[in-house]
Design a protein around this ligand. Structure first.
Ligand code: PMP
Length: 494
């Protein structure tokens, strides 16, 4: 637990009455078994109980979630409003979530999970973090949307600008997709060039021009792009392998004076977590400068996650434009793009680049973002180091469990973003990520879920640790992984 506040409160009063490793009171133990009548109890469950992880021990119930999924499928494509949530690549029943508190989630069947998805990144402080719901509800009481400016917009802009030195002006939108789409439009207008460059396995939202060799759900579903996007719309998008400086040099030679911008996830999260090779971001900066193209860091995932000033602070590289999302909205829908005054002044109403939004700068979203960023700012001297330390304990503990079980996986981690790849690795780009045994990952994922650990339901998504996670969560997760590796033969080729 890295957050200030009461532990019991943050666990919704549901924390266990004993600590890991302590003797388990028999009466509680019996009550728990009776509480889940009908579910098969295996030797592994007893082992977990005696290790002090009673919540991890019981098979999960799925009846209510299954019923809700069936109902949703009648009305919503796949029953979901974002594809990966349907669990198609991992199998099993997606839990319908009814509550989140701190590092935990509860589903409609009353199963409790340790959450490593964190709403796909925004919840760096955990669910319902102290101050965030209060700020949202205080804002809501004053009215939910005005379609006119509110003071909180400049307050949030001020924090973003203070954290990202090259950002002098920022425009808020409602999603990461809007942020990247708008930044690219701006880069094309500013450079008066047409081509854009992205990297295989990077995902920048679902705008037409960016659905080329994209990561995230596109990679998860194993499709090259998307139906409904005419070739002509992507003919100006160049997709290169990530971490390959030579390919970059060659493309810049071939398309000399034609490339408007290069957009990159400085640490990729959308093919699983893939860090930049040493000096790769420096090369990107140097080549784009030389080629007269803008460098866009898509920090939708990494902004305020890898450091208060995002990946660019961590790696010491200044891009021309930065896109934001996730954490800046504190769990509500917010995106943003920003950069130097000279470029940002081209956006309407000051300039000719049109971009607008009915709910942009929404007061509830600004309130959640402000509460989150203010907390991060006042704890930045410790919070990122603490996240790093606990994430390292977690990833190394799970890797040790894999080694002991003879399961040849590899792990990439930067700060509190990480992925266990079901390949011996190393994973440095999309070609190496695609070698993963996704069936084995699916078995591991389902075993973890049955053991109360909620991981991203795709091999090609990063997992996240929050400031609400505790040493105990990490121990429980490592114990669950040990059991998953041992009992479900989830190793490659096993
Ligand atoms: N860029 C990156 C790096 C992302 O990870 C995502 C979403 N995962 C997006 C853009 C798109 O954001 P949104 O889903 O809010 O449209």
């Amino acid at each position: 637990m890295l957050l200030a506040g009461s532990d019991a409160g943050r666990n919704g009063g549901a924390s266990l009455p004993w600590t890991a490793g302590a003797a388990v009171p028999t009466v509680v133990f019996v009550a728990r078994i009776r509480g889940r009548e009908g579910a098969p109890v295996t030797l592994a469950h007893f082992t977990a109980i005696f290790m002090g992880y009673a919540d991890a021990a019981m098979p999960r119930k799925v009846e209510a979630s299954r019923r809700l999924q069936k109902r949703a499928e009648q009305m919503i494509p796949g029953g979901v409003n974002s594809p990966v949530r349907a669990f198609h690549s991992v199998g099993g029943d997606p839990p319908f979530i009814v509550r989140g508190q701190g590092s935990h989630l509860w589903d409609a069947d009353e199963n409790k999970y340790i959450d490593y998805v964190g709403s796909w990144g925004p919840l760096i402080l955990g669910h319902a973090a102290p101050g965030v719901p209060e700020a949202v509800s205080a804002a809501a009481k004053k009215g939910t949307s005005f379609g006119a400016s509110t003071p909180a917009e400049a307050d949030l802009a001020e924090i973003v600008i203070s954290a990202f030195p090259h950002v002098e002006k920022v425009r808020f939108v409602s999603s990461g997709t809007e942020a990247t789409m708008s930044a690219i439009r701006l880069a094309r207008a500013y450079t008066k060039r047409k081509y854009i460059m992205k990297f295989e396995g990077c995902y920048h939202g679902h705008a037409d021009a960016l659905l080329v060799k994209a990561g995230s759900g596109v990679a998860t579903l194993g499709i090259p792009g998307s139906a409904g996007v005419p070739e002509e719309f992507t003919s100006l998008t160049l997709a290169l392998p990530f971490n390959d400086t030579d390919a970059l040099e060659q493309a810049f030679k071939k398309f000399e004076h034609q490339i408007a911008c290069v957009i990159v996830e400085p640490v990729v999260g959308n093919m699983g977590c893939v860090p930049p090779a040493p000096l790769y971001l420096d090369a990107l900066r140097e080549i784009t400068l030389r080629g007269g193209a803008l460098l866009i860091f898509d920090e939708v995932m990494t902004g305020f996650r890898l450091a208060f000033g995002g990946a660019q602070e961590r790696y010491g590289i200044l891009p021309d434009l930065t896109t934001f999302g996730k954490i800046i909205g504190g769990g509500l829908p917010v995106g943003a793009y920003g950069g130097p005054r000279e470029i940002m002044n081209m956006v309407a109403p000051l300039g000719p680049v049109y971009q607008a939004g009915t709910l942009s700068g929404n007061p509830l979203a600004m309130a959640a973002g402000l509460a989150t960023l203010r907390y991060l700012r006042s704890h930045k001297s410790t919070i990122y180091a603490d996240l790093d330390k606990l994430s390292s304990e977690l990833t190394e503990g799970v890797m040790a469990a894999a080694r002991n079980a003879g399961v040849p996986i590899c792990c990439n981690r930067v700060g509190s973003m990480f992925t266990w790849f079901f390949t011996p690795g190393p994973v440095t780009d999309w070609t190496s990520a695609a070698k993963c045994d996704t069936e084995a990952f699916g078995r591991f994922f389902r075993a973890m879920l049955d053991n109360s650990i909620y991981l991203p339901p795709s091999q090609f998504e990063a997992a996240f640790l929050s400031a609400a996670h505790t040493e105990r969560d990490v121990e429980q997760t490592i114990a669950a992984a040990r059991q998953a590796f041992a009992t479900v033969g989830c190793g490659i080729g096993l």
